[in-house]
Design a protein around this ligand. Structure first.
Ligand code: ATP
Length: 238
């Protein structure tokens, strides 16, 4: 299938089971919130999705490519925004974009076009000449998302992308990425531990201690979702 398909993934760090038979799917155009407290296994899962390491068992498919058997095909369809920013602060927004395009083998006119389109999609085009060091946290994150879209992936992975942002900036970023899923058909996996980043139309995967406790449509929103999430994770032990 297209989008993201995770099937029965298990991963151990030494004696510690970080992921235990995790399965879920994200269809094109869908925003899926991967909700889990610290230590749930979200970053471990992102490492497996981006092939930083390989799972002990199971299968991951990205835009129809098996990540283990066709890693290049899978990675060419994956956009990633890691938890830690990886921008060059002393280069301009535009230079950061072109540098990254080069890493994907996109050069010359094609790179300029891809950079300009992606910046435009994130409302960042008028900042192209600014130095990244002069941008605020929200614009830096938007730049990272624009950069992750330049090679036109089918799946966008974001690992707690709002860490360190204030409430208004967080909510703007969440809205931007929902718009991307809706308007461009991207399958989005958004890892978070904050229930207010989840919209009623989203898909939800609740991860705790490496296991999926719940998945499907968002059952409730707002404070009720926070209470629901706490009940779920507390009944499984803190
Ligand atoms: N490189 C590693 N070596 C050993 N154990 C690890 C490693 N990375 C993660 N772990 C352990 O695996 C479990 C899952 O951690 P992970 O970082 O994937 O969770 P997380 O949901 O991303 O948490 P956080 O929100 O704190 O980043 C934790 O118990 C963690 O201590």
């Amino acid at each position: 299938m297209t989008g993201l398909n995770v099937e029965n993934i298990t991963h151990d760090w030494g004696a510690k089971r970080a992921l235990d038979a995790v399965s879920f799917s994200v269809a094109p155009g869908q925003f899926c919130a991967l909700l889990g407290p610290n230590g749930a296994g979200k970053s471990t899962l992102f490492g497996l999705l981006t092939r930083l390491f390989t799972p002990r068992t199971g299968r991951i498919e990205i835009a129809g490519h098996d990540v283990s058997r066709e890693p290049l095909g899978a990675l060419s369809k994956t956009g990633v925004v890691f938890q830690q920013p990886t921008l060059d602060l002393d280069l301009s927004v535009w230079r950061n974009m072109l540098y990254f395009a080069g890493l994907h083998g996109i050069t010359g006119r094609a790179a300029r076009l891809a950079a300009s389109e992606a910046l435009d999609r994130l409302g960042m085009e008028e900042r192209a000449r600014e130095r990244v060091r002069d941008l605020n946290g929200g614009h830096r994150r938007r730049l990272e998302i624009a950069r992750a879209l330049m090679h036109r992936p089918g799946v966008l992975l974001l690992d707690e992308p709002t860490v360190g942002l204030d409430a208004q900036t967080r909510s703007d970023l969440v809205a931007h990425v929902h718009g991307l899923a809706r308007d461009t058909g991207l399958a989005v996996l958004w890892a978070t531990h904050l229930t207010d980043e989840i919209w009623p139309i989203d898909q939800l995967v609740v991860l705790h201690k490496g296991r999926v406790l719940e998945q499907g449509e968002v059952p409730v929103t707002g404070a009720a979702l926070t209470a629901h999430f706490l009940r779920l994770t507390e009944s499984e032990g803190a």
